[in-house]
Design a protein around this ligand. Sequence first.
Ligand code: PEP
Ligand code: MN
Length: 369
Amino acid sequence: MLLVLEQGLDETKCKSVVDALRQIGVEAELSFSSSKTVVFIHSDVRSQPTHKFSQIEGVARVIRISPTCPLTLSDSERPVDLYGPNRGESTVTIGGGAAPVVIAGPCSVEGLDQILELARRVKVAGATVLRGGAFKPRTSPYDFSGLGDEALACLKEARRLTGLPVVTEVMCSEQVEKACDFVDMLQIGARNMYNYDLLKEVGAAGKPVLLKRGISATIDEFLHAVEYLLLAGCNQVVLCERGIRTYEPRTRNTLDLSAVPLLKSLTGLPVIVDPSHATGKRNLIRPMSRAAIASGADGLMIEVHCTPDKSISDAEQAINPNELGQISSDATTIYEALKSIDHPSPTDDDRNTSGSRPRLVVACASPSN
Ligand code: PEP
Ligand code: MN
């Protein structure tokens, strides 16, 4: 909100407008220009009536500025729940301070045996959501583009046998309709973040959505894509930072970790990181996963294969289930460490300052050998 002040008001009177606002709990800032003096209101006053501000002495006009993404920008946390086949038992919460989710599986579903074995092994390795491409967006039209409907049926079977909720990418309306009967979450890939008709369609499909950041998308473009989903009726959206295209060719993309805290603070939506597509290199997946969790990510999405070198697609970035196990355990350790930094439990010293317990001094003898 902006308050335009009356012409010719002296500086003291202008400041008294800001003081009056402070007294009612509203943070504001004065801005002087040659033609006008305005007050910028920083607090969220959307629910407050206009007359509350127009009646302040010295205020000539109240201007409400509606944000370009009114549904997306929010101060409240909006966690997302995914339900697997056994609702309750296999419910996974993403965001809202919950432990980081690990979404894992192959780049592409290659067959029933492959996905069943992998689903079982990623679950043991700590994954709580299974991923797998059925319809693959490939840069070259000659590359493997997924098993399509057959892959959806394989994913459904893996879901039934392991109890893991499943996410898969959709690229057009026909696939949206089909996938809804098989999976728990629809993914919109980086190449389709700008496909506004698809965003509308997926947003109205009644499923949670995993939206990946476009290959060269700015944060604002990403936020606008989210707005399409929310406007279409979806209120279960998870954002995924998967690297952006820069001038650096040694990695597939450049992982923009600053996007994680930034998107979380702007939207309150859960934000996860995909280090597989961000780096394109299997030896970088673990360090970047650690960094992602340390930056506050609500989870990871990682491409895993039982025989990584034999992956039909994206073999260079695939890791094996054992490596996934190490990453899941890192994620838990880092998450717990962050929690204890942010909310330290009271120490003996703290308790003693409140006078409730006698001070206990423990001397540690140095080990003799
Ligand atoms: C994927 O997750 O399978 C994928 C193709 O990723 P992106 O859209 O980020 O390239
Ligand atoms: Mn891939």
